[in-house]
Design a binder for this molecule. Structure first.
Ligand code: SF4
Length: 251
């Protein structure tokens, strides 16, 4: 069973995560990228540290991505902020009423999420967007703590296969998932009668520029999340030990 810190909070996590140096390869990479910069962002003071979660801590929808982009969140200091993936994601969240504006440019740009919290399986930008299994394991404790702190969650939306696998593992550690289910766009796992996992192709350029993931496809996924989150009754404390009850595929 996962052991939580006493008096934990999202604010504690937000203060703690940026100081993490548990993965030497990622520490070197995030700091080197921040020092070298990309030409278009030469006047930026890159964040160059791990990225905490962002959004509505009382939200019913929890979106879990892969990891910060080297010149996106690793530059701006906020998850999915300042890159094409974020452009796609936040425009969609805005269309569905989960964000107050369609753009996410930098910290302090006025963006607010409603009923929705976003974090990532790995909190540091990895080379080629590919974290090592050991780095995913090192970072999993932050997901464990968010799992406990996001008490109103009804739907977890995992973006891409790595986030999906991390979420299956997360749910399993917390007694909610009995067996691994393969990732697929639209795949659904009913983790309990009050918590559902949904998978989507990641909102990366690789998918959105090629048409593998279109705005219409992602809107359908978000609407599914909204429908489930607003029709699922509140979670009880006793649900903490409930195992998975069924696995289904969305049509
Ligand atoms: S990936 Fe996670 S565990 Fe590793 S250094 Fe970054 S924040 Fe720490």
């Amino acid at each position: 069973m996962v052991k939580m810190k006493s008096a934990d909070s999202l604010a504690v996590l937000e203060a703690e995560i940026p100081a993490c140096v548990a993965c030497p390869r990622l520490v070197e990479y995030r700091e080197r990228i921040a020092a070298e910069k990309r030409g278009a962002f030469a006047d930026w003071n890159y964040w160059g540290k791990p990225i905490a979660g962002f959004g509505d801590g009382a939200g019913r929808i929890w979106i879990i991505g892969l990891a910060p982009a080297a010149h996106g969140a690793n530059r701006t200091g906020r998850v999915f902020t300042g890159d094409r993936s974020g452009d796609f994601l936040f425009a969609a969240l805005h269309r569905c009423g989960l964000a107050n504006q369609p753009q996410s440019v930098k910290v302090g740009d006025g963006l607010e999420l409603r009923d929705c919290f976003i974090s990532a399986a790995v909190r540091c930008a990895p080379p080629d967007n590919k974290p090592l299994p050991s780095e995913e394991a090192n970072c999993s404790g932050y997901l464990d703590r968010e799992w406990e702190l996001l008490e109103r969650k009804r739907v977890i939306l995992a973006l891409g296969a790595i986030a999906w696998k991390a979420t299956i593992s997360l749910a399993s550690r917390h007694g909610y998932c009995e067996r691994a289910t393969p990732f697929a766009h639209g795949a659904t796992v009913q983790l309990s009668d009050r918590l559902t996992l949904i998978g989507s192709y990641h909102v990366s350029q690789q998918n959105t520029f090629t048409g593998r993931l279109t705005p219409a496809m992602f809107d359908t996924i978000l609407r599914q999340c909204l429908r489930i989150s607003t029709t699922t009754p509140p979670r009880r404390r006793s649900d903490q030990t409930k195992p998975a009850i069924r696995v289904a595929e969305l049509r």
